[in-house]
Ligand binder design. Structure first.
Ligand SMILES: [Zn+2]
Length: 127
């Protein structure tokens, strides 16, 4: 059954997700920038000396790092479409401002819930 997470669990998970998103975007953007740099400048300059090309690319890396940082910050601000689950009947829907369910229960954001197996021997309510 779905139960509410504690505020501490919600905060810890939020921080963990934010860190994963931040570093994923940072490394992917940095990687793409460096690959594009090597590709574009080798075409423009007609330079195929790997040593020289690498030195010039390394010179531009701080600039790409700054751009990747901006992308990473924007990425952590991105709001994903959230789901909500009714605590009473387990129906799910997209999260909106309406929290009342037809069954009389309450929809709660899925991010604020966790699934635990019903070990107490409690009988399942019929849906
Ligand atoms: Zn319901």
């Amino acid at each position: 059954m779905w139960i509410r997470k504690t505020e501490r669990e919600i905060k810890a998970e939020h921080n963990r997700k934010t860190l994963i998103i931040f570093f994923s975007i940072l490394f992917v953007s940095l990687f793409i920038s460096i690959m594009l740099d090597i590709f574009v400048y080798s075409k423009i300059e007609g330079n195929f000396n790997p040593q020289e090309l690498l030195e010039k690319t390394m010179f531009r890396v701080p600039r790409y790092f700054a751009i990747a940082l901006i992308f990473a910050f924007i990425g952590t601000r991105w709001k994903e479409r959230r789901l909500a689950v009714c605590l009473r009947c387990n129906r799910a829907k997209r999260f909106d401002q309406i929290s009342a369910c037809e069954c009389g229960g309450e929809y709660v954001e899925l991010d604020k819930l966790k699934w635990v197996s019903d070990v107490g021997g409690r009988e399942e309510e019929s849906l």
